[in-house]
Ligand binder design. Sequence first.
Ligand SMILES: *Cc1c(COP(=O)(O)O)cnc(C)c1O
Length: 231
Amino acid sequence: MPSTNESSEINTAERLALVKSNVMTAASAGGRDGNDVTLVAVSKTQPAEAIVRVIEAGQVDFGENRVQEAKEKWPALKEQYPHIRLHLLGNLQSNKLRDALALFDVFHTLDRPKLAAAMARLRDEDGMAMPQCFVQVNTGEELQKAGVGPRDVDQFVAQCGNEFGLQVAGLMCIPPNDEDAALHFAFLAKLARRNGLSGLSMGMSSDYEMAAEMGATHIRVGTAIFGPRTF
Ligand SMILES: *Cc1c(COP(=O)(O)O)cnc(C)c1O
């Protein structure tokens, strides 16, 4: 009888392999190379032992949405696995910025001039390294959701470069739950093209295949890899 631990190891590796093979298939359906799609395994709420199983299965990129939670879990893991790249997916408060910069390699949620200004200040005054940055766009213009409004994207991207010297890598969106994600992915791709940006962070467990087909360079997948979040 395999122990529960062994069987969850197998499940984890199998789920990860399935997601990767789905990405390859979907990308080629869109005339793309699946190797150009970075799979970010979203490990929020997952304990370290579940994360280690995914790392041991070969996964390099991980995403968290809360700085505090990441600070509790990741320094030890990063010491053990220094090749890991950590992606911040949640809203960032300015008072957590220094911690976030120390821990994360990629920010997917840059969404306001104040934050960009604070980042540039920490770079200029304290020599902190800047992460790769995606601007979050509120494509559904939902009141409760973070992100730059679609009409403000061009100006904000330009301001990041011109005023703060922050090179934006691409755009990110979280489509409204009750709408066709494909429309939002196409819209995000159009906004990125218009701004000369090659990065597109879009697609989660329910729609990552469509995103990969439609040009995503980064997909953010939690439950399809780790199984359901229990809290
Ligand atoms: C939680 C989360 C994900 C992953 O969601 P799943 O449905 O579990 O794949 C992706 N992106 C963001 C911003 C998230 O907060």
